[in-house]
Design a protein around this ligand. Structure first.
Ligand SMILES: Nc1nc2c(ncn2[C@@H]2O[C@H](COP(=O)(O)OP(=O)(O)O)[C@@H](O)[C@H]2O)c(=O)[nH]1
Ligand SMILES: [Mg+2]
Length: 391
């Protein structure tokens, strides 16, 4: 591909990106408003809260008093797949969840391939356009297209069917790199969940608490999103549902102090896993990213080596913006794992490929719906098969 062609490709990418941004702002201003630093959260290193006077500890399930918080969606165990058909059922649910992304990307590819017997220049132009509009991200789309062009020019790819399986394999390779075992070896294993507002952090933490509990692990949650009372209550409901204790302070408390408390308590109780919720924030807000850095430092003071996992939650609906979010959170904090939520109901799920290709971080779980069992361990082969399935 000549430099001129390359520029044409990138130019088209950017004009498409601009068009999309005009259609749907991926980071509404209101998000920003929701994540202003609470008054009293000093920039200075917090004093390590020895007694944590404000601490209110929510006892294990059932003992907490009633509150007004909105019920999180019910994990519907009643809809569980019958034994034996479980894996087929899980796969069809994954396929259903990914249906919009499949239609937009693979469906469009198949539309191009239909009835075509050979790869010519017009075909390649259309393929280029499809790759660029698939949310795979600038770098990844460009790289995949360049590889296709290279192979076509050497007669290594001769018909559209062959090309389809080549693309499937390349995407599979990228995603396989992101499927790594999540080893929870240290005790307590401390997880700090971060991300933009509304991406699904609290919900994911609640579901993870239930998953770890079901594996026989003792879990403790820390409500370090102290910006809104509702955020603490939402996590409290999840803690009750999962039957795990919660460390909380008052709304507006220093999130670093809540984090310290949570880790200290996790150590003294001897739990297996502590998961700390944080307030959503835009990756572009330096002061809010600094607040997370402070939390990270304070956690490591409470327990050297912690946090063991800094889990970035990304919402697939944000499309290519998820790649920017991942890059900036990673630069600021050193992300160790990803969760991609809301792959159901969006056509932009192809972004997971771009995120994995550019960030080379493990994807721990994916969210394909609001049910508890819709938070799935990430399996690259299943994902690609569900995406490229023809039916
Ligand atoms: N459809 C769908 N909704 C999800 C998924 N994950 C989270 N949500 C919803 O996203 C909304 C925001 O989630 P929340 O956990 O409060 O986001 P937070 O601000 O990052 O803590 C809630 O209504 C969740 O039920 C998912 O995988 N699929
Ligand atoms: Mg939250």
């Amino acid at each position: 591909m000549s430099d001129k062609d390359k520029q044409g490709l990138i130019g088209r990418l950017f004009s498409r990106k601009k068009k999309e941004e005009g259609e749907k702002p991926s980071e509404p201003e209101s998000r920003d408003a929701l994540v202003e630093e609470p008054a009293g959260t000093a920039a200075a290193e917090p004093e390590i809260p020895a007694a944590a006077a404000e601490r209110q500890e929510t006892p294990v399930a059932g003992e907490a008093s009633g509150h007004q918080a909105k019920e999180p969606e019910k994990p519907s165990g009643d809809e569980a797949e019958p034994e034996g058909r479980e894996s087929a059922g899980l796969f069809s649910r994954l396929k259903k969840g990914l249906s919009k992304t499949r239609q937009r990307f693979v469906g469009t590819l198949d539309g191009l391939f239909y009835g075509k017997k050979q790869i010519d220049e017009e075909f390649l132009e259309q393929l280029e356009e499809i790759l660029l509009t698939s949310d795979l991200g600038v770098q990844t789309s460009y790289r995949l297209f360049a590889e296709v062009e290279e192979k076509v020019s050497h007669q290594a790819l001769e018909d559209p069917e062959h090309l389809r399986s080549f693309l499937q394999q390349e995407i599979q390779k990228i995603l396989q790199g992101a499927e790594q075992p999540w080893e929870i070896k240290t005790k307590p294993y401390v997880i700090m969940a971060v991300g933009v507002n509304g991406v699904g952090k609290t919900t994911t933490i609640g579901k993870l608490a239930a998953i770890f509990s079901a594996q026989g692990k003792e879990v403790l949650l820390g409500a370090a999103d102290t910006f809104r009372a509702a955020a603490i209550e939402q996590l409290e409901i999840w803690s009750e549902r999962a039957g795990v204790p919660l460390i909380r302070q008052k709304m507006g408390a220093d999130p670093a102090a809540v984090s310290f408390d949570t880790v200290q308590s996790a150590v003294s109780r001897g739990v297996d896993v502590a998961i700390i919720d944080t307030a959503g924030r835009l990756h572009t807000k330096v002061n809010l990213m600094d607040e997370l850095k402070k939390m990270k430092r304070v956690i490591s003071k409470a327990l050297p080596g912690a946090p063991h996992e800094i889990l970035l939650v990304l919402d697939a609906n944000t499309g290519q913006n998820a790649i920017n979010q991942a890059r900036m959170f990673h630069e600021a904090l050193g992300i160790t794992g990803l969760v991609m939520t809301k792959l159901d109901g969006t056509a932009k799920g192809g972004v997971i490929v771009g995120v994995c290709d550019e960030l080379k971080l493990p994807v721990r779980y994916i969210g394909i719906g609001e049910r508890l069992d819709d938070l799935r361990p990430f399996k690259a082969d299943d994902f690609v098969n569900a995406l490229f399935d023809r039916v």
